[in-house]
Design a protein around this ligand. Structure first.
Ligand SMILES: [Zn+2]
Length: 253
């Protein structure tokens, strides 16, 4: 609990002060050995490094790739967490104590984001300059509710059915045929969501391959595809949520 509070305070402090230097150090401040894995910690002497603006992939000493070995990521997270734990720096300088808190906070955020395939993809696309994720979905409400072109008709029909269900409910009635139709729609969207997820994983592998090969055109194309699929995914998820809510209310009435 105390650690959590310290991390929270560190997050606030990092925003207000210049604890964070702009770029990650290339070599350890204490022993001058090059930092070739995680720039949070020196592998040679074990000293925590000055807090710097590094992305989540670099925090783990990983290249910017979407296909990750999750078991290795978890092991590395626990290993670094132990070595960066503020208790280990209780007798170090005030600066080192602050760095260990900053590094622990960053490592926690990095692990939470990278271990989830969707969050990992969104994060990487943001690093690549795409406007993606919930914070952008809310930016333009009308654009958010605009269905993908190939779903226009289906969504129109679906909205009529949902409206019909609401009307029925107002009159204290339930239409079993409508209920089962909407249940089928929900299941179909769920299965499309599952397909989208495996499609995203394939695109992620394509992005990795073109990044490794230095093929910028293929890399940009894969990123654009993934951004579009994530938008579609968000739209479908909202639809499924709306339909399921309506179905639950219909059942209760
Ligand atoms: Zn060192």
């Amino acid at each position: 609990m105390r650690l959590r509070l310290l991390i929270l305070l560190t997050r606030i402090a990092l925003k207000m002060t210049s604890v964070v230097t702009t770029s990650a150090p290339a070599a350890c401040w204490a022993c001058s050995v090059a930092l070739d894995a995680s720039p949070l910690l020196c592998a040679a002497c074990g000293k925590v490094q000055p807090a710097a603006e590094i992305d989540y992939f670099r925090a783990f000493g990983l290249p910017r790739r979407l296909t990750l070995d999750l078991a290795a990521l978890e092991r590395e997270f626990h290993r670094l967490s132990r070595r960066l734990h503020p208790d280990r720096f209780a007798r170090a300088t005030a600066e080192e104590q602050q760095w260990s808190l900053a590094a622990t906070a960053l490592l926690n955020d990095a692990y939470r984001t990278l271990r989830d395939p969707i969050q990992r993809t969104e994060y990487l696309l943001k690093l690549e300059g795409f406007e993606i994720g919930e914070e952008f979905a809310g930016k333009n409400k009308s654009a958010k509710r605009q269905p993908p072109a190939d779903l226009l008709e289906e969504v129109f029909e679906l909205n009529m059915q949902l409206e019909e269900m609401r009307m029925n409910r107002k009159m204290g009635e339930s239409d079993p045929a409508l209920h089962s139709e909407l249940t089928a729609v929900s299941l179909r969207f769920e299965s499309e969501l599952a397909k989208l997820d495996s499609g995203l994983a394939e695109k992620g592998a394509a992005w990795d391959a073109s990044s490794a090969a230095g093929d910028d055109a293929a890399r940009a194309a894969a990123a654009k595809d993934m951004a579009a699929q994530l938008d579609r995914r968000r739209y479908l998820r909202n639809l499924v949520r709306d339909v399921n809510e309506a179905l639950t209310t219909d059942k209760e009435s």
